[in-house]
Design a binder for this molecule. Structure first.
Ligand SMILES: NC(=O)c1ccc[n+]([C@@H]2O[C@H](COP(=O)([O-])OP(=O)(O)OC[C@H]3O[C@@H](n4cnc5c(N)ncnc54)[C@H](OP(=O)(O)O)[C@@H]3O)[C@@H](O)[C@H]2O)c1
Length: 291
């Protein structure tokens, strides 16, 4: 992959994240290419500002050793398919927020031209220097893992973690992070929408500011499981209140069903693994949830 002295990297596409990463990869030892066919003026502008050279997809596919895919998740497979159709046979860094299964499908498709995939996920805001909180990049895959880790590690604004050789580990982490972060965002929106007309938003914001994300403290899940038996009904009441305020109740109802599945832990000790097992949809849990 690194046979020639100048390494060519394709940036698909220079969005906010792709162009920021491209800036971090810029070096006299590298040439960055993009294909702007069908892209917006914003993408064209970002490509220009980041010093990414626009070329045809065929030229990009033929000359790039590495391609970095950072687009909207729905476009991920199409981007890979177009790359393969254009003859790309290098290493695709698949950094979109997509399911592991989809990364495997992309890897299989790429293998038809001899191409390989690195499974990647990105956490945090686009990197700009200097910043105290680096953008985190997680990588997994059997091929060229250390080489790609070294590539990103050159930038002090990026923090790179390798997750082993199994494709899917990085994208699975991203999806788990998505439910924790984005579902929490949706819940925060609903909570504030429920109370903003009553002038209660500042109190809710202040209370919420007193505790960190529960996902940062999984060791507390057994204590959560102990109290879950009463939280299902509490959240069904929340759902009714949301419904009455013309707000969507489904998230509260879904959270109630999660706590229902844990209601058996009232007055009993659980360890973390028991708690997870109760959430898995075994026939027993199914009966319990729909009782
Ligand atoms: N921004 C962040 O803070 C952040 C943080 C973590 C991870 N990420 C990851 O980065 C990805 C991109 O985010 P972003 O903030 O860079 O978004 P963005 O600024 O909207 O950039 C997305 C890029 O992909 C192109 N694109 C979108 N849909 C496409 C399609 N159907 N076919 C081909 N190209 C398409 C866009 O081109 P046009 O707009 O020109 O069509 C644009 O150049 C996200 O999905 C996420 O996985 C972003």
């Amino acid at each position: 992959m690194s046979g020639s002295s100048v390494q060519t990297i394709a940036i698909l596409h220079p969005g906010a994240m792709g162009s920021a990463l491209a800036r971090q990869l810029q070096s006299p030892r590298r040439r960055l290419l993009c294909c702007l066919d069908g892209r917006s003026d914003e993408t064209r502008h970002r490509a220009h500002e980041a010093g990414i050279v626009p070329v045809s997809l065929e030229k990009l596919a033929a000359e790039s050793h590495i391609a970095l895919s950072v687009v909207a998740p729905t476009a991920a497979y199409q981007i890979a398919e177009d790359l393969v159709a254009a003859g790309f046979s290098g290493l695709l860094i698949e950094a979109n927020a997509i399911r592991p299964q989809r990364v495997h499908a992309i890897a299989e498709h790429l293998s038809t031209t001899g191409g390989k995939v690195i499974d990647a996920c990105i956490m945090g805001l686009p990197p700009v220097s200097p910043r105290s909180d680096p953008t985190r990049i997680y990588l997994a895959g059997p091929d060229h893992l250390e080489e790609i880790a070294a590539l990103f590690s050159e930038s002090p604004t990026l923090q790179v973690t390798t997750l082993g050789t199994d494709i899917g580990r990085a994208s699975k982490l991203k999806l788990a992070h998505s439910i924790v972060q984005k579902a929490a965002q949706a819940l925060a929106l609903l909570g504030h929408a429920l109370v903003e007309k009553d002038g209660l938003s500042p109190y809710l914001a202040s209370e919420a500011g007193k505790w960190p994300s529960p996902a940062s403290r999984p060791e507390r899940f057994p204590s959560v499981a102990n109290r879950a038996w009463r939280w299902g009904d509490e959240l069904r009441d929340v759902a009714d209140e949301l419904r009455q305020a013309d707000l969507p109740p489904e998230l509260a109802e879904a959270a109630a069903s999660v706590f229902d599945a844990l209601s058996g832990f009232k007055d009993s000790q659980s360890d973390g693994e028991d708690t997870y097992q109760a959430l898995r949809r075994s026939p027993d849990v199914q009966r319990h949830v729909h009782r």
